[in-house]
Design a protein around this ligand. Structure first.
Ligand SMILES: C[S@@+](CC[C@H](N)C(=O)[O-])C[C@H]1O[C@@H](n2cnc3c(N)ncnc32)[C@H](O)[C@@H]1O
Length: 267
């Protein structure tokens, strides 16, 4: 696992309380993860998420993933855990507006120690967000604690590809994304196994590179004004963000940065 110890939870909370988080939502939509609904459906299928089950979404942001699970998989009840007050307030409003508030609730907490009862969930879910978490071993231990025996830990995340980044690439990538560190597929598989979970799926979805191409095209060809509006019409800042996204595009096409998909069953 590669690290940038300077990125803290406070940095991530600042991102999702401000313009940077709004920019991610502009580019990606309410589901702030690579592949949107297609990715959610893929994960739900591979994890065999059942109608009537109960789940916990780690780093749920505004809860778009939970609304997906309730609508499209008929999940009975979802609890979302997120550390940023602003996204939780917005998520509660969106659940009310969509008539789903009776089945979806939010908890403001760090996913490493969220305070929910152990063994209470059929599954713990996550989509492209665990890369922000400083202490990944503690987070995976917490996910495994919450899942009942036979239950599932299912998530996608940004992970290193099979071709490693060099130190300068890693440093630049982590700094731009404000990730404290980034896992590998093997690293996550090891953490899951160490916490009593049998890994059934641990794969590269292949979606990262085409999606980052799409995002760059959207900013450059369609949403330029809207992106500028979110950042106070600062054209040099948008150009700098574009440069960093092009850098990530290069990493993705070189197989150094991928979206990993993981499904594991608690013993
Ligand atoms: C990319 S967004 C999540 C997107 C969401 N999963 C989706 O698919 O729409 C990242 C979220 O992770 C949350 N986050 C990061 N570190 C966290 C932590 N240690 N505990 C709880 N939430 C955290 C942030 O507050 C932010 O809302």
């Amino acid at each position: 696992m590669n690290k940038q110890p300077s990125a803290t939870l406070a940095d991530v909370q600042a991102v999702y309380s401000g313009a940077e988080g709004d920019l991610w939502e502009l580019i990606m939509g309410q589901q702030i993860h690579i592949g949107g609904l297609v990715s959610s459906m893929d994960l739900a299928e591979k994890a065999n998420i059942q109608a009537g089950s109960r789940g916990i979404d780690f780093c749920c942001c505004t809860g778009a993933g939970m609304r997906f699970l309730v609508r499209f998989r008929d999940v009975a009840r979802m609890t979302g855990v997120d550390a940023t007050e602003k996204v939780i307030a917005l998520g509660r409003r969106r659940c009310e507006e969509e008539g789903l508030a009776d089945r979806i609730s939010f908890v403001l907490a760090d996913v490493c120690d969220c305070g929910l009862p152990g063994g209470s969930a059929d599954f713990v879910w996550g989509e492209d967000a665990w890369c922000y978490v400083v202490d990944k071993p503690r987070m995976i231990a917490e996910a495994a604690r919450l899942v009942r025996p036979g239950g599932t830990v299912a998530f996608t995340d940004w992970v290193e590809g099979d071709t490693p980044m060099d130190d300068a690439e890693m440093e630049r990538f982590l700094r731009f994304m404000k990730f404290p560190n980034v896992e590998t597929r093997d690293g996550y598989a090891k953490l899951l196994t160490e916490n009593g979970c049998n890994v059934a799926v641990c794969e590269n979805t292949g979606r990262y590179a085409p999606c980052v191409d799409l995002y760059l095209n959207m900013i450059g060809m369609q949403l330029t004004y809207d992106a500028l509006r979110l950042i106070g019409f600062d054209q040099s800042l948008l150009a700098a963000i574009g440069d960093e996204m092009q850098f990530m595009q290069g990493l993705a096409h070189a197989g150094k940065l991928v979206q990993g998909l993981f499904v594991a069953t608690k013993e």
